[in-house]
Design a protein around this ligand. Structure first.
Ligand code: AMP
Ligand code: GLY
Length: 423
């Protein structure tokens, strides 16, 4: 089977790596890919948002299965376009992708279908958002409020304001932070407290298959300090969520979500990522993402033992309920190595040392997020998040030891990472 993976980050490297291990995949292409992905797939210089060019490429190369990495292409309707041309593609339709592309849509969806989430109000302009806060309906002025831009904002669209004054500043800055289109509407939310986890699942519109639960570390600094990033590290570990909590999440959140999608005629096919807060009142949804997470994917997929092409078939045929998906037992961890200046202004173009030594560590995969390769074979930094060092082992402690011992072998000027992933 000829396969096309759309995207260019560490997530897409992990997806391409998985396809490269499938007995059923022959040629793998990645658009646009990166320096490291080139080792497992042929990279083609088509951007993830150029849907027309991707469709033409799929026709030209007789692509039999396309897997979409990120939300941008999904929100633009890549799945609808491929399907219109009779091509098999994994991901939700443009209409279903609104669960991620519009926070206001997602909140209304949860409210209509009785899915537990933080209390919220949607304002149609910054002025109305400030009025909502000042009217007092939203609660106490000294309490924290979460301010969210409605549209896709690459992780920059959420501010946890400590009090009403900070919320007003955040509202006023939202458009400059994320662009006016994303901040067209603003969602204000009650601030939830508890432990945060992410649950990802394959969905065939009727059935779902859970992946191992994962935890992301979003802040740049150790001890969860400093600005938010796309994610500085993730773990998968059995104790993140108990069997009872999992059952509660399935009954109160996952099943109502899939039923709600079916009712609204936006059947969900692909990978659904639910960000959850485990609060004292039970699990509540923080957000839906309509695709694999980055770097969650790297930690999750190194544990997958079932052929990914079989899973894709089941998603497309509606037969996920009859496929047994096997996961390696134990734990995994991904440590993100980022460039100097990330997340504000990452410096690129530094030579990366020690990649071969790191890859040689037992149980470790080095996934490239933002690298380029020169003609002489050297790898250079080419993005904010540069590498995701991923390890599997029987225990979380061993996975972390393996991952950090591989991290120790890698260097470039200004390399940053967190030493407290999984702690
Ligand atoms: P989101 O993109 O909606 O997941 O928001 C990004 C991050 O902001 C989440 O992973 C949480 O850490 C935090 N967050 C979002 N909504 C809330 C909320 N209502 N209460 C507390 N934290 C939140
Ligand atoms: N790591 C968070 C995300 O992919 O949205």
């Amino acid at each position: 089977m000829n396969i096309l993976v759309v995207g260019s980050g560490g997530r897409e490297h992990a997806i391409c790596h998985l396809f490269s291990k499938s007995k059923r995949a022959s040629k793998i292409y990645c658009a646009p890919g990166n320096g490291g992905i080139a080792a497992v797939a042929e990279c083609v210089p088509i951007k993830a948002d150029d849907i027309e060019a991707l469709c033409e490429f799929a026709t030209l190369k007789s692509i039999e299965l396309t897997f979409v990495g990120g939300e941008t292409s999904l929100a633009l309707g890549i799945v609808d376009e491929f399907q219109r041309r009779g091509r098999r593609i994994i991901g939700p339709s443009k209409a279903a992708a609104k669960l991620e592309a519009s926070k206001a849509f997602a909140k209304d969806f949860m409210s209509v279908h009785g899915i537990p989430t933080a209390k919220y109000v949607t304002a149609h302009s910054p002025g109305f958002a400030i009025l909502e806060l000042e009217s007092g309906d939203f609660g106490d002025a000294s309490k924290p409020v979460v301010v969210k831009a409605d549209g896709l904002a690459a992780g920059k669209g959420v501010v946890i304001a400590k009090n009403r004054a900070e919320a007003i500043t955040a509202i006023n800055e939202m458009a400059t932070l994320v662009g006016t289109a994303a901040a067209d509407k603003i969602v204000l939310e009650e601030c939830l407290t508890g432990r945060e986890i992410s649950l990802l699942m394959f969905c065939d519109s009727e059935h779902f298959a859970l992946m191992p639960a994962t935890r992301d570390h979003k802040r740049i600094g150790e001890g969860d300090t400093g600005p938010n990033t796309g994610g500085m590290g993730t773990i998968t570990e059995g104790s993140l969520v108990s069997p009872d909590q999992t059952n509660e999440i399935i009954e109160k959140i996952i099943k109502p979500t899939l039923r709600g999608c079916a009712k609204e005629d936006i059947p969900f096919r692909g990978v659904l990522f639910i960000g959850l807060m485990l609060t004292a009142d039970g699990p509540k949804v923080l957000e839906y993402n309509v695709r694999f997470g980055d770097p969650e994917t790297q930690s999750i997929l190194v544990r997958l033992e079932t052929d990914v092409v079989d899973i894709c078939d089941a998603i497309l045929n509606g037969s996920l309920d009859t496929l047994e998906i096997k996961w390696r037992t134990g734990s995994s961890a991904t440590i993100v190595l980022a460039a100097e200046g990330y997340p504000a202004k990452p410096r690129t173009g530094d030579v990366i040392h020690g990649l071969d030594e790191a890859t040689g560590v037992n149980g470790v995969n080095v996934f490239h997020a933002g690298t380029s390769r020169s003609a002489d074979g050297e790898f250079y930094t080419a993005g904010g998040r540069v590498l995701g060092i991923t390890a599997v082992a029987d225990t979380l402690e061993d996975a972390l030891t393996r991952a950090y011992s591989a991290v120790d072998k890698i260097s470039w000027p200004g390399m940053q990472y967190r030493r407290d992933i999984g702690k």
